[in-house]
Structures are given as structure tokens and as C-alpha cells.
Design a protein around this ligand. Sequence first.
Ligand SMILES: C[S@@+](CC[C@H](N)C(=O)[O-])C[C@H]1O[C@@H](n2cnc3c(N)ncnc32)[C@H](O)[C@@H]1O
Length: 273
Amino acid sequence: MFRLPAGQAMTAPAPRRFSRRIRQAPAVRALLGQAAAFPLTLAATWLLARAGVDMSWLAVALLQGAWAALLAWRAALAPWWRAIQFAFPPALLLARGLADAAALPPAVFLGVFIVLLLVFWSTFRTQVPYYPSGREVRELVTGLLPARPLALIDIGSGLGGLVLALARARPDCDLTGIELAPLPWLAARLRAGVARSRARFLRGDYERLNLGHYDVVFAYLSPAAMSGLWQKAVREMKPGSMLLSYEFVILEREPDRRLVTTNGRKILYVWHF
Ligand SMILES: C[S@@+](CC[C@H](N)C(=O)[O-])C[C@H]1O[C@@H](n2cnc3c(N)ncnc32)[C@H](O)[C@@H]1O
């Protein structure tokens, strides 16, 4: 599935580090928290039943949510996880009730789950969901590119909007997007085919790609990804290259430039190597 420029190879992640990162992902820890809360809920429900307290399903779900929220607090997960953990079991119960009331077949849930899985894929691990950057960012990036042929990559290219726009604006450049999630990647490939664009879209993890092959690396990720990206960029990016990050700053080094988008709301950060 990967088609990389000549001489470029994807590297396999170190297996132990990779599995540790999955175990430490907040969503995985939250899931384990719900699992750990379950026997506590069972025990409390049993004790209450013995004491003559008859609990409704909603009360049991709220109890499960309360245990899970407590465990999220003990595990020092970010504060919003407490709310998510508390609301999750009653939300499940509600969804089940609505499905029964509307007589929805289970296949509907399976279908929605599969679509969400194909769109969000490894978001539980990367903590970088899909949301597109807008026209203003494309204009800023186009204006920043030096007037010579160069290779640019959008790491986490989503539906490919930025790369396709740059391919139209700069036919002299080599433009690539790499995307982890299958459905956005497929959409970008199809868009490139329909538009007969030279833009290339790879499916894979940018962490396994050598950034040293590019003159410009564009990222629109999330605060959770920035430190790792900086360490990788320092190791791999070549002298004279440029790292661009939309909205999210890298704390390790002061950006060389800050450009505000034309709608004045967000910043494009620039680092020169
Ligand atoms: C905020 S969206 C940005 C989309 C696009 N760059 C744009 O500007 O419209 C981030 C994308 O990065 C993808 N992503 C996250 N981690 C990734 C990784 N390690 N390798 C490749 N893609 C990744 C996500 O699936 C998501 O589609």
C-alpha cells in the first residue's frame, strides 16, 4: 500500500515501546477503568440488594459511572475523563433504550461503529482526531513556500484538502500526504484521481517515515503529538528545511515565525532547520 519516494523506507516501531504507548493511551486506560469498576458495581449492588435496596438499571449505570470516574481521578487521567467515565454507562443504557423504542436493527450500530472506526482508526493511541484546516491555512502555506521546486509532506493529511490545493498552486513541487486512518486516506486518493492531481497520498504512520526527505513538513495534529514530533524533526530534518505547525505550538523551541490566519483566529508556527 505504501509507495515511497526512491531510497525512502518505512521503519518498524520498536514493539515494546509501541505496546507500552497503547497501554498508556488515555482511552485504553479509561476502558480498563470501566472494566475495573464493574466488579465494584456488582459488589455494591449485591450488598444493597441484601440490605433490601432494589436498584433500577439507571441507578446501577450511575453507580458504575461513579466508580469509573473515581478510578479515572485516582489514575490521574485528564479531568474531562471523569465526566466521560461517569456519563458513559448511562449513555449506553439510553442508546439501548432508544434503539429498542425505534426498533433499530443491531446492524445499524455495527455500521456506525465501522464507519467511525475507519475514520478515527488509531486516534485512541495518537490522540489526534480528524478535523480539517481551512482555506486560510492553505493560503498562508502557499505564500510561505520558497519559489523553487521542493518536496512537502502533510503528516496526517486527512481528506487531502491542503495537499490538493498546494498541488494546484505549485505544479513545480512534489506534494505528499500521509494518513493513518483508512477512510480519509481513501477519500484523498479518490479526490486526487478525480482531479487528476499529481499529489500523492500514502497510508501509514508518519512516525515511521523519515522526515529528512522533505524540504517542508506541515502538521496539524494536537498538543499530545507535538513533543514527539519535535524530537523526530530534530533527529531527521535536513538543514534548510522548514517545519510548519498549524494551531499547536512546540514547547521545546520558540518558533522562528508566527503567522496569523486571515480570519485572525489561529496561528501557523514556523521553525527553520
Ligand atoms: C487535524 S487532522 C488534519 C488534516 C489535514 N492535515 C488538514 O490540514 O486538513 C489530523 C489527521 O492526522 C491523522 N494522524 C494522526 N496521527 C497520525 C500519524 N501518526 N500518522 C499519520 N496520520 C496521523 C489523523 O487521522 C487526522 O486525519
